[in-house]
Design a protein around this ligand. Structure first.
Ligand SMILES: [Ca+2]
Length: 145
């Protein structure tokens, strides 16, 4: 896969697994969103990475953000390898998806405040933050209770 120019990627819900080294040439990758909460992410540091050598010394790391649903395989993967994880719907970035996030999106929609992480709030994945995203978020909060 030639993805040198990609800075952000979204893996669709119908993708069931991500293989070893899937993003190995994506050196500019800053954000990857995994929409299938049960996606089998191959258990290796270099499955999601944007760096494999440093001055000839092979190292593997990922400096970007992994996005996915709370309690997803993406979250487990990110936590295991110490990569940054941001839950879909976590508008305020406190690591949890709660009513506080819904309030923040509500305030944004009504023009009262700005959002610091728009990508986390775009639950519909359509590039806009509106009442449809808020609706999905509220549904998610109720289901998690
Ligand atoms: Ca939150």
């Amino acid at each position: 896969m030639n993805c040198k120019s990609f800075t952000s990627m979204t893996i669709p819900e119908n993708v069931k697994s991500i293989d070893k080294g899937a993003f190995i040439h994506c050196e500019n990758l800053e954000s990857i969103t995994i929409l299938n909460p049960d996606c089998a992410v191959y258990d290796s540091r270099d499955t999601i990475c944007n760096y494999i050598t440093y001055g000839g010394v092979p190292i593997t790391k990922y400096s970007g953000i992994i996005r996915g649903y709370e309690n997803s395989t993406a979250q487990a993967y990110a936590e295991k390898y110490g990569y940054d994880f941001r839950a879909i719907g976590d508008a305020n970035g406190d690591g949890k998806v709660t009513v506080a996030d819904a309030v923040m999106i509500q305030n944004f929609i009504s023009g009262k405040s700005e959002l610091t992480d728009r990508q986390a709030c775009d639950l519909c994945q359509d590039g806009k933050i509106d009442s449809f995203d808020l609706c999905l978020l509220k549904k998610m909060i109720i289901q998690n209770q």
